[in-house]
Design a protein around this ligand. Structure first.
Ligand code: NZQ
Ligand code: ZN
Length: 385
């Protein structure tokens, strides 16, 4: 196992009715800005519940953080924070609202051009406002991590940042708040959590037995319960398992002390920025092709994945690996997520522009061996046609 530091200060309140806890979590004299996406939290009643729990506090709203939150919109929120003496932020929504809130929390205290936060991948963040979250969509793990992904529309740049200052102070995870999700978002969430797990698991062995078994448990849970969550929208136990699986996939636990990949995510971000494809769908397109492309360097873990996650016990190592990658792709398709570029109207002629954006963003040495250069990314994208 590699050396590691594990730090995660986010308090999690999990289960039915936990929104009530907000009264004890948000300072009683705080001026609170509730940050929201489109209309979902209002339409489902979650916003009313949040406001009731905040009781007498002075509350303002910021509406309109879009999926794949944009710098342009978030800077409006920063201006509103500064103009109204808000001292606590509360994100109510999915990963986009939470990521957006993280950016606002950091940008409101940043002296200088706030886009530096993104171009430094968070290194320039020295402080952030306190914030909490009420999660309505299990997928990203943003509710219990320090990462955020922001898109600058004018540049078509979708970049991640991370900072120890942008962990939520607390997150409320009530699985009943996910009952209203459309099937498309449940499927997206399952695939996003699945790929977060593989990005930290499908690399090379370092004898990290706990992290490996934990990752395999998460993958098997998603494979088993993902389709059930889509079939039975109001089943509490299933939604609870999916929600905690998604949080656990990216709260630092399975990634501690192991090599990590993240190439699928970085290539996927360019697909979203240029072609407006849902985040999880970009991962479902890239991952199978990436695994085929890197199968020699990932072989030991891919064989372990085949045997332990998919129960493939017969055949040569190569046959096991091929079967496991095919089953992974079939699993994504079974959730209604198409896995080929052509399914989204993208062809070979679009690949150069994607590579040019990767180059512009410095994504030229990706993967656990930093061996995925632009030529490899080209092959991965060509393989995903
Ligand atoms: O905008 P509203 O009206 O709230 O509707 C949202 C949105 O349209 C809707 N929704 C959310 N909760 C709902 C609901 N609809 C009905 N009932 C509910 N309970 O779902 C739609 C998608 O929401 P969004 O927040 O965009 O989805 P998700 O949670 O998948 O977040 C995706 C974003 O997170 C980033 C992605 O890049 C993408 O920008 N990621 C963040 C990560 C992190 N911070 O660690 C890691 C991930 O890899 C990911 O990159
Ligand atoms: Zn993701």
């Amino acid at each position: 196992m590699q050396n590691f530091e594990f730090y995660n200060p986010t308090r999690v309140f999990f289960g039915k009715g936990q929104i009530e806890q907000l009264d004890g979590l948000v300072p009683s004299d705080a001026k609170v800005m509730v940050l929201l996406g489109g209309n979902s939290a209002r339409a489902t009643g979650t916003l009313d519940e949040v406001k009731a729990a905040l009781k007498q506090r002075d509350v303002v709203e910021f509406n309109g953080i879009e999926p794949n939150p944009t710098y342009e919109t978030l800077m409006e929120a920063v201006a509103a924070v500064k103009a109204s003496n808000v001292d606590f932020l509360l994100a109510v929504g999915g990963g986009s609202v939470i990521d957006g809130t993280k950016f606002v929390a950091a940008a409101a205290l940043y002296d200088g051009d706030a886009w530096d936060i993104m171009t430094s991948f968070g290194a320039k963040v020295q402080a952030a406002m306190p914030f909490g979250t009420v999660l309505t969509l299990p997928a990203t793990g943003s509710e219990m991590n320090k990462g955020s992904v922001v898109t600058r529309k004018s540049l078509k740049s979708k970049l991640p940042f991370m900072s120890n200052h942008t962990f939520p102070q607390f997150s409320v995870l009530d699985p009943t708040k996910t009952y209203t999700l459309p099937a498309r978002q449940i499927a997206n969430g399952v695939v996003d959590a699945f790929v977060h797990t593989t990005e930290q698991y499908l690399t090379y062995p370092v004898n990290a037995a706990v992290q490996d078994r934990y990752a395999e448990g998460l993958l098997q849970t998603l494979i088993e319960q993902g389709p059930q969550a889509m079939a039975t929208p109001e089943d509490y136990e299933i939604r609870a398992n999916i929600m905690w699986a998604a949080t656990s996939a990216l709260n630092g636990t399975i990634g501690a002390g192991v090599p990590q990949d993240w190439a699928t995510h970085m290539i996927g971000h360019e697909l979203t920025a240029l072609h407006d494809i849902d985040h999880a769908r970009t991962l479902a397109i890239v991952l199978p092709s990436l695994l085929r492309h890197t199968k020699e360097t990932k072989k030991a873990k891919l064989v372990q994945y085949a045997e332990r996650v998919w129960g493939i016990k017969t055949g040569s190592d190569d046959e096991k690996v091929d079967a496991a990658i095919n089953q992974t792709q079939d699993f994504f398709e079974s959730l209604g997520i198409r896995t080929r570029l052509k399914d989204y109207g993208i062809g070979e002629s679009d690949i150069d522009a994607l590579l040019s954006q990767l180059g512009k963003h410095g994504m030229v040495a990706l993967g656990e061996h930093q061996s995925i250069d632009l030529e490899s990314s080209r092959k991965i994208l060509l393989g995903a046609r």
